[in-house]
Design a binder for this molecule. Structure first.
Ligand code: PGA
Length: 251
């Protein structure tokens, strides 16, 4: 059965002390509370090891926001999937539109990152989504399908089953312009159908597909009520417990 998941993506926010304080506050808030979804926080690399030590990782999973497309070696400044895994982090956000746009991560590079993440026991949270011009040209389904095909559809069915997907329309990220629940459901159902065509109904039914893009406390319930929306990847609203908790509790 697929899981409901609320994952925070801190992006390049919070220094180490601030990040640790936020993780500990979330941990304390969740202590003794029963929630109806898995909770994950995606921190900068340098926070990972300390955050893992500071919180109950059975209650809050920890994610990196990227990893290298090479296993090891002379790649100054890069962080490998193995290094991420060695911190105790269990997840890695890959293919975020900011990585694709600002750091020129191609579908081929992302394919390598996914392979290395899986080889090191990490669960990729793989992001797909169209830009505004693509939606306006009614190419959004085609774009999302090709993102899936180019980076993920060479995986075995066993490996594909380990992924979490996040549909993030780029025009909704950090803009305050959320996709409507209907737009989200329509795309999530399309993604699930596309997975079913490749890997069969069982794999498709078991894949968690999160929505991301200006999700917040006031729209999360409506978004999550859709049958194919299995949670959210939350940027801005994951940076404080006050804003993040109501999204977790929207399930
Ligand atoms: P946002 O970011 O919630 O701030 O729009 C979402 C994301 O980029 O993952």
């Amino acid at each position: 059965m697929r899981k409901n998941i609320v994952a925070g993506n801190w992006k390049m926010n919070k220094n180490l002390q601030e990040g640790l304080a936020l993780a500990k506050e979330l941990d304390a808030t969740l202590k003794g509370k029963k929630v109806n979804c898995d909770v994950i926080i995606g921190t900068p690399f340098i926070h990972l090891a300390k955050v893992v030590e500071a919180i109950d990782t059975h209650k809050i999973g920890v994610a990196a926001q990227n990893c290298a497309d090479k296993a090891s070696g002379a790649y100054t400044g890069e962080v490998s999937a193995e290094m991420v895994a060695s911190t105790g982090a269990k997840y890695v956000i890959l293919g975020h539109s900011e990585r694709r746009a600002y750091y020129h991560e191609t579908p081929e590079i992302l394919k390598q990152k996914v392979i290395l993440a899986l080889a090191n026991g990490l669960t990729p949270i793989f992001c797909i989504g169209e830009v505004l011009a693509e939606r306006e040209a009614e190419k959004h389904f085609e774009i999302v399908k090709s993102q899936l095909q180019k980076s993920l559809f060479e995986l075995s069915s066993e490996d594909f089953s380990k992924l979490i997907l996040a549909y993030e329309p780029v025009w909704a990220i950090g803009t305050g312009k959320t996709a409507t629940p209907e737009q989200a459901q329509e795309m999530h159902a399309f993604i699930r159908k596309t997975i079913a065509e490749k890997y069969g109904d069982e794999v498709a039914d078991n894949t968690s597909i999160l929505y991301g893009g200006s999700a917040n406390a006031s729209n999360a319930k409506e978004l999550f009520a859709n049958p194919d929306v299995d949670g959210g990847l939350i940027g801005g609203a994951s940076l404080s417990v006050d804003k993040f908790m109501p999204i977790i509790e929207a399930f």
